[in-house]
Write a protein that binds this ligand. Structure first.
Ligand code: PGA
Length: 258
């Protein structure tokens, strides 16, 4: 595990964008795993800017997002498909047919989950997966208690996740109670993982995930076992981690020194 210690959100976003731009330079047909939420917004803005400057070409890139609300039409303004179209896909030269999210309008969510898992496999697996971490330790929508060996499946959202999504919807009753999410095993099969964490409200769970026991109660804890994990963390999110870990880990690198 490599930890890149960043001053703030902007630096975290810049380090993550750099890593993805380099990944695409090394492999033009990169299979990229993407996340939604507040955390990667700066990253997507910087990727769009890099594209506008001619520094990155998305024409051969394939993407798979972690999850989508269920049931929710892809055309719904709050769907993760709409989020990705708005913040990234519509602003770069990625081919739409190479951008994938679970279909939140599928009639049979179990079949849709299986189709999604197969599509990832058929694309050769994910080269580089971007992750955020939920305040309850979820990755994707793999809520506490999800089996560590899970593949893509329909998941019931934890009340904390419903509460976190509330602001995006007009009323509480409109917030979907389910999602189709890549499983924990699906995520762990990615060749490289970039975990982003920003803000003081992530400090406690990030330390638990990276230093506590590995188990399904904190799904992100399984990332400790991934052979190629880079954690990009800003000072507020790293507060607990850095106060306890600095002497233990020699992999903590200040991003400004990169
Ligand atoms: P956030 O969500 O980026 O909006 O904090 C992260 C997550 O729930 O995985």
């Amino acid at each position: 595990m490599k930890i890149l210690r960043c001053r703030d959100y902007e630096e975290m976003s810049r380090v993550a964008a750099q890593s993805i731009v380099e990944g695409i330079k090394d492999k033009a047909d990169l299979v990229l795993g993407l996340a939604t939420g507040k955390t990667p917004l700066g990253l997507y803005r910087l990727l769009v800017e890099a594209y506008q400057r001619g520094e990155v070409d998305f024409s051969r890139v394939t993407t798979f997002n972690l999850d989508e609300y269920y049931p929710l039409a892809p055309t719904h303004p709050r769907s993760f498909r709409s989020f990705m179209d708005k913040h990234l896909f519509s602003q770069v030269n990625i081919r739409r047919e190479r951008t994938h999210l679970p279909n939140g309008a599928a009639l049979d969510p179990a079949r849709e989950a299986e189709r999604y898992e197969r599509a990832i496999f058929a694309a050769g697996g994910i080269d580089l997966q971007v992750l955020g971490i939920g305040r309850n330790g979820h990755i994707g929508f793999n809520e506490p208690g999800t089996a560590l060996g899970s593949l893509t499946q329909k998941i019931q959202l934890h009340p904390e996740s419903v509460a976190a999504s509330r602001a995006d919807f007009d009323s509480e009753t409109e917030v979907p109670r389910y999602a189709i999410s890549m499983g924990i095993r699906t995520i762990m099969l990615s060749r490289r993982i970039l975990l982003l964490a920003s803000g003081a409200d992530k400090a406690a769970i990030l330390a638990r995930a990276l230093q506590g026991p590995v188990g399904s109660q904190v799904p992100a804890s399984v990332l400790q076992l991934h052979p190629d994990l880079t954690v990009v963390v800003d000072e507020p999110a790293g507060r607990v981690l850095f106060s306890e870990a600095q002497s233990v880990w020699d992999e903590v690198v200040a991003a400004k020194d990169l």
